[in-house]
Design a protein around this ligand. Structure first.
Ligand code: ADQ
Length: 506
């Protein structure tokens, strides 16, 4: 990667730490979820600044606690204060009741409240202002995820001269879904104010380009190696695919440590060496948790010989509990767990062990290491880091990955994993059975392959490829692009030049 002259300014809705009140006192906690866990591991090695919301506290308390949190890090932390109303209408409302369900192909779960849109614009402007306060033209601003799709536009309007890149951690929907969004054109045109746009998979990039073709026909484009260059109003945006990953070495070496080894052995003993099927998710309707439980019930009904021999460990981390859909999901999941346990439990065997809490890294690794199957049944998922973490932690190479074809990770892991359709409950049950009876040698060779894939393209590689692309998306080259593109036909038609959804960039 060409060296950055300035600093890296990372902007995401949440900081990697969150301030929560415990016993009336503000306390620092690590933020939950894939974005924070992936980014924190690479940012530890970069100097710069991370800008985001720190939780519901006043600015002074946030600044003091963030200063403390930054002591163990190579980067600074800067809070964007949000009012309660902004959190409710921007974060819970626009981001999580419109964009999240829509981009995961679930439009019937959307609440297209026009007030949410007002707040989305207002808060994006706030984030842009916070970035402008500290950025110089030598810096690189890296904005993350669906909360900040308008920030590029506000940065430009405020006269920002730094390079600005954006990475979407969730899927980008096909045009028939995206078109339902009343503010579709403004959002697409605003995204084109970034110099670089990164997507998780080729399918997401293809969907984005297809949406542009339909909704912003005034944009033109060309192909440059594996990237697309889109030109709108004389400005260039580079569009590319960067599948996110994890820190393989960190997960693998910690999983091999003596304390994780001891914890994993104890877990296996406590479960009387049963075959362990593991589910680890944020409590989210996109993760297909009820589908997984129903598939497990089918397994126990169709293959009674597996009763007493197989145990499902389902760990969920609480998430977005203030949103009604999420509360209902929790009730549905807990009802299913108790129904299935009620139907099958016998002396000495409980089929499902259910945990609704955050695990420490050591506990999580002990589960990954001891499990025989990682069961990922997302109805739709940007990537799914759990799949990759499981592979890295499988130092004994005995585990099997069963993964939904609709998780971004499936395209990278398809050759070593068993790929399922999460709506095909009988198919998932068959896949679990297949993994249970799979010869040891086959399991080992599949897991070796999966570990090689995750080791080769890790989170450092992901960040470097994004940053390298951002560095070559130099705003100073825009004038050149503007003069060569104004009024001209596109070099190559968009759709003809876009890779097919399932092709991946090597
Ligand atoms: P998430 O939807 O949060 O991420 P995922 O990628 O699976 O999904 O990451 C979840 C993270 O939370 C993992 O790092 C996992 O270890 C951790 N986790 C889950 N349950 C836990 C528990 N009980 N205790 C402790 N930790 C737990 C979003 C997108 C994904 C995309 C990521 C990164 O939705 O599709 O892969 O961002 O881009």
């Amino acid at each position: 990667m060409r060296l950055l002259e300035g600093r890296l300014i990372n902007v995401s809705n949440r900081l990697p730490v969150e301030i929560k009140f415990r016993a009336g006192h503000p306390r620092l906690n690590p933020s939950a979820g894939g974005l924070a866990s992936a980014l924190d591991s690479i940012w530890r090695h970069h100097h710069g600044l991370w800008i985001g919301w720190a939780g519901a506290v006043d600015s002074e308390t946030a600044a003091t606690l963030l200063q403390k949190a930054a002591r163990g890090r190579s980067y600074g932390l800067k809070a964007v204060p949000l009012t309660q109303q902004e959190v409710s209408k921007f974060y819970s409302g626009f981001a999580n009741e419109i964009i999240w369900p829509l981009f995961h192909d679930m439009p019937s779960r959307c609440d297209f409240d026009p007030e949410y849109w007002e707040f989305y614009q207002r808060v994006n402007r706030k984030f842009a202002q916070a970035a402008m306060e500290t950025t110089t033209s030598k810096d690189l601003i890296w904005a993350h995820d669906y909360h900040l799709m308008l920030m590029g536009r506000y940065l430009r309007e405020a006269g920002c001269t730094a390079r600005v890149g954006f990475f979407l951690h969730i899927p980008f929907p096909a045009p028939d879904i995206f078109e339902k969004l009343p503010w579709r054109k403004t959002i697409l045109r605003s995204l084109l104010q970034y110099h670089l746009l990164g997507f998780q998979t080729e399918r997401d990039r293809y969907n984005f380009l297809t949406c542009l073709e339909r909704i912003v026909p005034e944009a033109s484009w060309a192909r440059e190696d594996s990237h697309n260059i889109v030109v709108l109003d004389g400005r260039r945006t580079r569009v590319a695919t960067f599948p996110i990953s994890i820190s393989f070495e960190e997960f693998s070496s910690h999983a091999a440590s003596r304390d994780v080894d001891a914890a994993a052995s104890q877990l296996r003993r406590e479960l009387t060496n049963n075959f362990i099927v593991l589910g680890v998710d944020r409590m989210d309707y996109t993760k297909g948790i009820p589908e997984r439980l129903k598939a497990f019930r089918i397994l126990l009904r169709r293959f009674p010989e597996l009763r007493h021999k197989v145990t499902l460990l389902q760990v969920v981390v609480p998430s977005r509990e203030e949103i009604p859909n999420y509360k209902e999901l929790r009730r549905e999941v807990e009802l299913l767990v108790s129904q299935i346990n009620g139907e099958f439990t016998e002396a000495g065997w409980v089929p499902i062990h259910y945990m609704h809490r955050n695990l420490t890294r050591k506990q999580l690794l002990a589960y990954y290491r001891s499990a025989d199957i990682a069961l990922i049944t997302s109805l739709k998922d940007g990537m799914n880091l759990v799949a990759k973490e499981f592979c890295a932690a499988q130092v004994d190479e005995h585990g099997v990955v069963i993964i939904s074809e609709f998780a971004g990770a499936a395209s990278e892991l398809q050759h070593g994993a068993i790929v399922v359709n999460p709506n095909d409950l009988a198919g998932i049950a068959e896949a679990i059975h297949r993994a249970c009876v799979m010869p040891v040698e086959e399991k080992r060779s599949r897991m070796k392959l999966l570990r090689d894939i995750v080791r080769t393209y890790n989170v450092q590689g992901w960040a470097e490829s994004f940053l390298s692309a951002a560095v070559i998306s130099d705003p100073r080259s825009e004038r050149e692009a503007a003069s060569s593109s104004s009024g001209e036909e596109p070099d190559i038609p968009l759709i003809a030049s876009a890779a097919t959804p399932d092709q991946r960039i090597a």
